[in-house]
Design a protein around this ligand. Structure first.
Ligand SMILES: Nc1ncnc2c1ncn2[C@@H]1O[C@H](COP(=O)(O)OP(=O)(O)OP(=O)(O)O)[C@@H](O)[C@H]1O
Ligand SMILES: [Mg+2]
Length: 406
């Protein structure tokens, strides 16, 4: 099993997938833009070969380079788990005639308008939406959709340039701020709680599934710095509410013709009890969601992903033992972290439930909370009871305080 894996070390969790591939017996060829001498030793040992390219995101340059590099070698898979590379991987697969999801299949997971059209065509509930390229198109779409509405880039990530628009005056302001976005989606605003639906699939069928709740919804967490956002995996997937999201998810996987690998979907649960599609990617959720899923069941999904994509099998037993909560912290103040309060007492009182504590240390520079959900570090805790998990997570978010200055 010979696997080309794009960007085997970045973002950092890719190193875990590289390890997984090697552990299930694959020969791993890495492609990245970091010099081989700067790759972590712990990753290099799992790579049989490595091609350094000038820019990993420069697809037109990368494809012929990889082609030339692999000439005369057999390749069984071309894989990527980083959102911005899933289409590049599909194009390489098509070029080499390697099995896996096609460019057209991947388009359904990358283009938010195509995605929703395919989901709606399958009879599933998604926000009404229009693709808009100009101010006039956006205004016309707003007429159709009504207020409040959401304007966001067609190929967005990290809630960047995503706006809730409450009225015509707002629309003008937002359109001014979105001038640099080439194509946007103008859609009906869905009120409700927000959840993920995550899977690892073989031939489009989940061999593993997960639901997690965002507290609060990402758009709110991404616009208010004073919030320490929480995400909790839901241990009990049998609840009727979760089943609605899971059923929707199954429909979406079929509608988009998912192949092998991870998916990360977002959905809303409305006050009327309806599950509404948000978006989906054919890659794992970021911001440590895979770690949270691993803590939920005490499994290693990095390795199981590799097994699924290489050998179409899943060998872990995955009992749902815990709700696993991650709390992302945002420091008060700018610059470097100066002190952390409340951590010691939280750990003293609840340390038995804490699986991971990775706050930035004093002296470290703050991360940009708008650009990365991981902000200034996190705590992961877990507990078998949902209400208790949520209570502990909210307590940590309240009690542990990180300060920066200078
Ligand atoms: N139609 C909608 N109705 C209500 N809220 C929405 C809608 N579309 C987007 N949002 C809010 O904006 C957030 C970001 O939107 P979306 O997930 O589509 O973009 P994204 O940039 O790909 O996000 P990310 O990469 O953070 O998952 C959503 O999580 C949700 O909170
Ligand atoms: Mg999203």
């Amino acid at each position: 099993m010979k696997v080309v894996f794009l960007s085997p070390h970045y973002p950092p969790e890719m190193q875990q997938y590289t390890r997984g591939l090697a552990e299930v017996g694959a020969t791993v060829y890495g492609v990245g833009d970091t010099p081989v001498s700067s790759l972590p030793v712990s990753t290099k040992r799992y790579l049989s070969d490595y091609l350094q390219v000038p820019g990993i995101l420069n697809e037109t340059d990368l494809i012929p380079r990889v082609h030339a590099w692999l000439r005369g070698r057999e390749v069984d898979r071309v894989l990527a788990n980083w959102e911005v590379l899933v289409m590049t991987a599909a194009k390489l697969r098509e070029r080499f005639g390697v099995p896996g999801m096609t460019v057209d299949q991947v388009r359904g997971f990358r283009d938010k308008q195509v995605m929703k059209e395919r989901v709606v065509a399958a009879g599933l509930r998604a926000p009404r939406s229009y693709r808009v390229r100009t101010v006039a198109e956006a205004e016309a779409a707003a007429e159709e959709v009504g207020f409040p509405l959401i304007l966001k880039p067609i190929a967005g990530a990290g809630s960047a340039d995503t706006y809730r628009v409450d009225g015509p005056g707002d629309l003008e302001k937002v359109l001014g701020a979105m001038g640099h976005v080439r194509e946007a989606s103008c859609e009906e605003f869905i009120e409700g709680e927000e959840f993920t639906y995550d899977t690892l699939c073989v031939d489009g069928k989940p061999v593993y599934e997960n639901v997690a709740q965002y507290l609060p919804p990402p758009l709110i967490a991404r616009t208010r710095e004073e919030i320490n956002p929480i995400i909790i995996t839901v241990r009990d997937l049998k609840q009727a509410k979760m089943q609605k999201g899971i059923e929707l998810g199954h429909g979406v996987l079929d509608a988009l013709k998912m192949g092998d690998g991870f998916t990360h979907m977002e959905w809303f649960h409305t006050p009327k009890g309806e599950a509404v599609f948000g978006e989906i990617g054919c890659r794992p959720g970021g911001a440590h969601l895979v770690d949270q899923m691993n803590y939920t069941s005490d499994i290693d999904l990095f390795r199981e992903w590799a097994r699924a994509v290489c050998w179409k099998s899943f060998e872990a037993r995955a009992p749902r033992k815990y709700n696993a909560a991650i709390i992302f912290f945002r420091a008060k103040g700018q610059g470097r972290i100066t002190r952390i309060e409340g951590l010691r007492s939280f750990l003293r009182d609840h340390g038995e439930h804490v699986a991971e504590e990775k706050l930035l240390p004093v002296g470290a520079h703050r991360r940009n909370w708008r650009q990365t959900l991981t902000s200034d570090g996190h705590i992961i805790l877990r507990h078998p009871d949902w209400d208790r998990t949520r209570e502990l997570a909210e307590q940590a978010a309240e009690q542990v305080r990180v300060f920066a200055g200078g």
